[in-house]
Write a protein that binds this ligand. Structure first.
Ligand code: RAT
Ligand code: ZN
Length: 437
């Protein structure tokens, strides 16, 4: 069902929402509030419509999502090299045949495609993708985005914007029509994680930097960041970090964080999103699908949160084994806001565990989920799944609160859901006050 806007919902609401709910009423009210509250999707790989072809959408992109490519190589004898030789439609056909026709699409990522097809009334079975291709080809981009956001129950998304990406950077340099529902995030992986491979791009643009990050380098990286903040108006800076990440440490990564990136975040009053725990390219043959996970030493996070008390940090960790520690650190540091069940964690069984623990330890002071969508229509299934999983979890927590002697109202539930899926992020980024984004 299409979520209503906040305004419309309030107008439709027959009661003030302040009456106590009985045990039986709690779950349906939670379900309704989750359905009707438009969420902010705080981390995606989607792009504003005016950014053109780098924004992925439609059935062929949905089927060649790297989560599904990883599954293809488990159920087919095709090699990664043979798969790469195929044109996009042939890759999509192969994945459809292998994972959806010859096998039952029961995994999380395959079921997602089914849910998207179903949301648009398209066939979910059979060998041919003809109808789906015709449907997506007929969509007008702007209108389609509106429809998709409404089906997903989201009001806006945060993109991932890499200033050193050879396809993306020229778009920002030229300028394009910004879209109010697509916020920028200044993503710094190439600078923070692989400076030796990228410093010369900055040097060629006239910044006085060197490979060792000596001399004027950190001041010049700050100048670079300042130029990009002006260009992008990002709601945050962001980086994904390996499971081996240490702070403080010898080397360029620590130095750039300490002397350039975090001071810039402070200067511009924007948070830093740290996504920790990737083991990059354990199988390079399958490219984007080839990253894995490793348990990180979160004392690095402890050191950062303590050493930079004026900075705000949005943090997601990839290893399941790190989740408890992350909650403990969030209890120690008010400048740390845990977000999302990232990547390999975005499966209902794990989301359920993590979310229960976060509520028990942090109340409502975290952001339960982001979609990480790379293909527009994925937000439909990813947010549907989140709402489904969250309904019983939240209802359960409100019911035990009731049992323990505190009445619960619709208003409590509405303000809780709004805090989790909107205002924690709005406050952390200051996006509503600053006009950024
Ligand atoms: O979930 C994903 O698609 C990953 O490949 C990554 O994009 C990860 O979310 C990231 O932002 O680095
Ligand atoms: Zn991502």
């Amino acid at each position: 069902m299409t979520p209503l806007s906040l305004k419309k919902r309030n107008a439709n609401s027959s009661s003030s929402g302040s009456e106590s709910l009985n045990m039986k009423q709690i779950q349906p009210v939670v379900e309704g509030v989750l359905r009707e509250t438009p969420f902010i999707d705080v981390h995606t790989h989607l792009f504003a419509p005016a950014m053109g072809a780098i924004g992925l959408w439609g059935i062929d992109e949905l089927l060649t999502y790297h989560y599904l490519e990883a599954e293809l190589f488990r159920s087919s004898r095709v090699t990664p090299a043979e798969y790469r030789e195929l044109a996009k439609q042939a890759q999509a056909d192969l994945i459809w045949r292998t994972l959806f026709v010859e096998n039952c699409p029961i995994s999380e990522a395959t079921r997602g495609v089914i849910a998207v097809l179903n949301a648009f009334g398209l066939p979910t079975e059979g060998p041919s993708l003809k109808k789906a291709r015709a449907f997506f080809a007929a969509q007008k981009r702007e209108l389609h985005i509106k429809k998709v956001f409404a089906l997903a129950g989201i009001s806006e998304v945060v993109m991932t914007n890499d200033p050193l990406d050879p396809q993306e950077a020229p778009l920002w340099m030229r300028g394009f029509q910004r879209h109010p529902q697509f916020h920028a995030a200044l993503r710094l992986d190439r600078i923070i994680n692989s400076w030796p491979k990228h410093w010369n791009i900055l040097a060629n643009q006239g910044y006085q930097v060197d490979e060792q990050a000596s001399g004027k380098t950190t001041a010049e990286v700050r100048r670079f960041l300042s130029d990009w903040v002006e260009r992008m108006h990002p709601v945050e800076m962001a980086v994904s970090l390996p499971h081996t990440f240490q702070y403080p440490a010898e080397g360029v990564c620590s130095k750039l964080l300490r002397e350039a990136v975090l001071p810039s975040c402070r200067e511009f009053h924007i948070p830093m999103a740290l996504m920790i725990g990737v083991r990059y390219q354990v199988n390079p043959a399958i490219r984007l699908a080839g990253d894995a996970v490793g348990r990180a030493d979160l004392r690095a996070l402890e050191n950062i949160c303590r050493d930079f008390p004026e900075n705000r940090f949005l943090v997601s960790v990839l290893s399941r084994e790190n989740q408890h520690e992350l909650c403990v650190y969030a209890r120690k540091f008010g400048n740390l806001l845990p977000f999302g069940c990232w990547w390999f964690l975005n499966n209902p069984s794990i989301v359920e565990d993590m979310t229960r623990e976060r509520i028990e330890m942090l109340g409502l002071s975290f952001i339960p989920q982001h979609s990480d969508a790379r293909v527009l229509e994925q937000v439909i299934y990813k947010w549907r799944n989140t709402r489904r999983t969250l309904t019983s979890i939240l209802a359960g927590h409100y019911r035990v609160l009731c049992e323990d002697g505190r009445s619960v109202t619709r208003r409590d539930i509405q303000s809780g859901v709004t805090r989790l899926f909107r205002s924690n992020f709005e406050e952390c980024t200051g996006m509503r006050n600053s006009g950024l984004g």
